[in-house]
Design a protein around this ligand. Structure first.
Ligand code: FAD
Length: 385
């Protein structure tokens, strides 16, 4: 399928593939086994300038959009989506600053994020607020010399490793989600520590950690946008980042398809390579169709988000839901096609199956996003009646 990329987009995709094959592939099994944060690989990615693609040019970035980020996510995830999400979480942690922050804050923080010298993270989820993100309890009380943050954030990607955290906290508890605001908090700020580091089924190279705020005083200038706009900014951020989760799922599925194809070509049973069996061919064909359909929807959703259109909530949700469901099916079939070997850690497909699962859960679970898509259908129908 032809996707009509510009020369620059082709260069980014090729570069990301090279970094993935040369730097990530040799260490992926080890990173997965040891649940090690991939700092050496992050440094290689920084040296390739790929962190610059999601940062505007005036802050030492390359000014890429959602599509460029998806191309990198796809290529990294084809090899190791734990590394891929550690990279993309830095974009997630910086987007609110890029879109709503002051020039002063952008100049202060973005050049180091673009250079990959520092990682960022985004923290919305709490123990009481998962799918219902509006139930957050972390507070940011206005005091004479800034804001005093209290509360605990849960399941935060890049937690403990990032230097910069975008957090959503309540500045006015009485207003619920409409009383939420966004803040930047630097690692090392007194009163900000890290709690439980999670042990996970998949994406084990990435860090998932609790953030604990106990009377953590941050300067007034570290508020992003206006007080009370935090929840709206968070929802806009997730609309923009969901095609990236779709691209993560797409990359995992692509990797699994290739691994299953190679295995069935080499594996001989009943005197013939498995790939000559019509049932195996049908399974491979179905997997290829799922992957290509996911690719088309992810690229279309990313282009929609980059188009300047204000309305991309639905397309972003659709791309994320479709690609993650496809990744779960394709990776499960890849394990099936590799038989007993596919179940073993010597082959990459069991890791891909474990990694695929999270793409159905985070950044809005697929059930919750289906609810949102159905609500859009109802709204559109109501308009025509
Ligand atoms: C590895 C990992 C990394 C993460 N990284 C981050 C991060 O960087 N920053 C951050 O802020 N958060 C992060 N999260 C949090 C993630 O976004 C949430 O886990 C997710 O939104 C689901 O919330 P929950 O886990 O509380 O599940 P719950 O909300 O408790 O949901 C449990 C189940 O019920 C279903 N459900 C809930 N409500 C409904 C409904 N109304 N209709 C139908 N079904 C429903 C859900 O789909 C799910 O299947 C991360 C999570 C994980 C596991």
């Amino acid at each position: 399928m032809q996707y009509f990329f510009t020369d620059e987009q082709k260069t980014i995709k090729d570069l990301a593939r090279r970094v993935a094959e040369e730097r990530i592939l040799p260490v992926r099994a080890e990173l997965d086994e040891n649940e090690e944060f991939p700092w050496p690989v992050i440094q290689d990615i920084a040296a390739s300038d790929l962190f610059r693609i999601f940062v505007p040019e005036e802050y030492e970035g390359l000014g890429g959009g959602c599509l460029e980020l998806c191309l990198v996510m796809e290529e990294f995830s084809r090899v190791c989506s734990g590394v891929a999400i550690s990279f993309a979480a830095s974009a997630l942690g910086s987007y609110t600053l890029m879109d709503f922050g002051t020039d002063h804050l952008k100049k202060k923080y973005l050049p180091d994020i673009a250079a990959g010298k520092k990682l960022a993270a985004f923290a919305l989820t709490e123990s009481t607020a998962g799918s219902d993100a509006s139930a957050i309890r972390t507070t940011a009380e206005k005091v004479a010399d800034g804001y005093l943050i209290n509360g605990t954030k849960q399941f935060i990607t890049n937690g403990g490793e990032a230097e910069l955290y975008t957090i959503i906290a309540l500045t006015d508890k009485s207003k619920g989600a409409r009383g939420a605001s966004a803040f930047l908090v630097e690692k090392g700020t007194p009163g900000f520590t890290f709690g439980k580091k999670e042990k996970k089924l998949g994406i084990r190279a990435s860090s998932t950690c609790e953030l604990v705020f106990q009377n953590c005083l941050i300067p007034e200038e570290n508020i992003i946008g206006k007080p009370g706009m935090g929840f709206i900014m968070a929802m806009k951020l997730l609309d923009k980042s969901r095609p990236g989760v779709g691209a993560q799922a797409l990359g995992i599925a692509q990797g699994a398809l290739e691994a299953a194809y190679d295995y069935t070509r080499q594996r001989v049973q009943f005197g013939q390579p498995l790939v000559t069996q019509p049932v195996v061919q049908n399974m491979l064909a179905d997997m290829a169709i799922q992957v290509e359909a996911a690719r088309s929807l992810v690229y279309a959703a990313a282009r929609n988000a980059d188009s300047g259109s204000k309305d991309y909530t639905e397309s972003s949700a659709m791309a994320k839901v479709f690609a993650s469901d496809a990744a779960m099916r394709v990776t499960t079939d890849a394990v099936q096609l590799c038989g007993g070997a596919g179940y073993m850690k010597d082959y990459p497909v069991e890791k891909m199956m474990r990694d695929a699962k999270i793409t159905q859960i985070y950044e809005g679970s697929n059930q919750v996003l289906r609810n949102a898509i159905a609500a859009e259908l109802r709204k559109r129908k109501a308009k025509t009646e």
